[in-house]
Design a protein around this ligand. Structure first.
Ligand SMILES: *Cc1c(COP(=O)(O)O)cnc(C)c1O
Length: 384
């Protein structure tokens, strides 16, 4: 049996004619930019995130850029974030002319290390950008307290965490702005690119809305240099059909994660992710303590496809060479990039497919364990 890392077509066929009808309706309406589908989605999404506003835009990256711009963050400003994330987190900070400042991640949660934030704050720090990586919520109670004490803005990168909650409250509703991606493999995926920025501040919402349409508060009056970053009407129609299913999909992800955690416990050489209430499990990321890439190939040869999120830390990317951040300066991030492996997790993964993944891992690790795998002696140290 072949097990893919994700499957997008399955979800589309499960949704059947609802989705096709919604898309056809937009196609036949002639209303391709803005209109009822976009408005309906923004309303439904702000209800879902429990904020007073949601502004649809072209992508999660653009949502981050719009949020930063609306908070007037730009050249000369620093934004503290983590290097263990998708590149767009830092790229958005740079895109507005500000400078990303990276702190290391926590070895148990893989999220920004809250104990290291304060030491990174300088007089030019303007904002914190926590990333709810892999769908796991950052401790927003503590993060917001740090932000408040230092008068910093907070832009949440919720791209991987649609449906996640901290303390029962949806991510994206804590900071000044919450930024979501509807890239097809995210928890709520469009049939193409899409994003949204959420906020409880009417002024910030209005600014983001204007920036997304060429800084244009009224037709052909441009008060700022903005972007062409609208949420496509066709994508909004797709999202309107999918949004009511989000809770069920996140529950199914959590069920798959629970089964992995139960069945893969105690395998030598394998560190499982710790769990957290409100985790939305966009990814189930294990750590292989040595020879991760070889191990991944062996899994692939046996039909189990995995993905490495992420093989290179952001601060080590050629595009950020100019920051001059030394190798070894973010040791947990750098170690994770060498060890992480994402197992297949998506709502449509069948029990049988998951059993194949589990059985394959059990067989390989039980056989190879004593001689090959645990080499660096810290196996278990990062397990919660
Ligand atoms: C996907 C992602 C983004 C960017 O979202 P796009 O919609 O692809 O632009 C930003 N941050 C993180 C952490 C992501 O995973």
């Amino acid at each position: 049996m072949q097990v893919p890392p994700f499957s997008l077509s399955q979800q589309i066929s499960d949704l059947g004619t609802d989705l096709e009808e919604a898309v056809l309706q937009v196609l036949r309406s002639g209303q391709y930019i803005g209109g009822a589908a976009v408005k309906a989605f923004e309303d439904a999404f702000s209800t879902c995130v429990e904020t007073s506003h949601a502004v649809g835009c072209n992508s999660g990256t653009d949502a981050l850029i719009l949020g930063l711009r609306a908070l007037d963050i730009g050249p000369g400003d620093e934004v503290i974030t983590c290097s263990f994330s998708f590149f767009a987190t830092a790229e958005a900070i740079s895109a507005v002319g500000a400078t990303p400042v990276f702190v290391d991640v926590d070895p148990t949660t893989y999220l920004i290390d809250l104990d290291q934030i304060e030491a990174a704050i300088t007089p030019t720090t303007k904002a914190l950008m926590p990333v709810h990586l892999f769908g796991r919520p950052v401790d927003m109670t503590r993060l917001m307290a740090i932000a408040k004490a230092h008068h910093l803005n907070v832009v949440e990168d919720c791209a991987q965490a649609t449906g996640a909650r901290w303390n029962g409250q949806p991510v994206g509703s804590f900071g000044d702005v919450g930024c979501f991606s509807f890239f097809p493999t995210k928890n709520l995926g469009a049939a193409g690119d899409g994003g949204a920025a959420t906020t409880n501040d009417a002024g910030i919402a209005q600014t983001m809305r204007e920036l997304a349409v060429h800084g244009m508060p009224e037709r052909y009056l441009h008060t700022a240099l903005g972007y062409n970053s609208r949420l496509d009407a066709m994508q909004a129609a797709v999202l309107n059909v999918k949004l009511p299913r989000l809770t069920g999909w996140v529950e199914r992800r959590a069920e798959i994660a629970a089964r992995y955690r139960e069945q893969l416990a105690d395998l030598p050489g394998l560190c499982l992710p710790s769990t957290e209430l409100g985790h939305s499990w966009n990814q189930f990321v294990v750590r292989i303590n040595s020879a991760r890439d070889d191990f991944r190939q062996i899994l692939q040869d046996r039909g189990v496809s995995t993905i490495i999120y992420y093989p290179i830390p952001i601060h080590s990317q050629p595009a950020y060479a100019h920051l001059g951040q030394a190798e070894g300066s973010l040791p947990i991030t750098e170690q994770l990039c060498q060890q992480v492996l994402s197992l297949p997790i998506f709502p449509e993964l069948s029990d049988q497919q998951q059993q194949t993944v589990i059985a394959t891992l059990q067989k390989l690790l039980r056989v190879q364990a004593p001689t090959q795998l645990p080499r660096n002696g810290n196996q278990g140290r990062m397990v919660a």
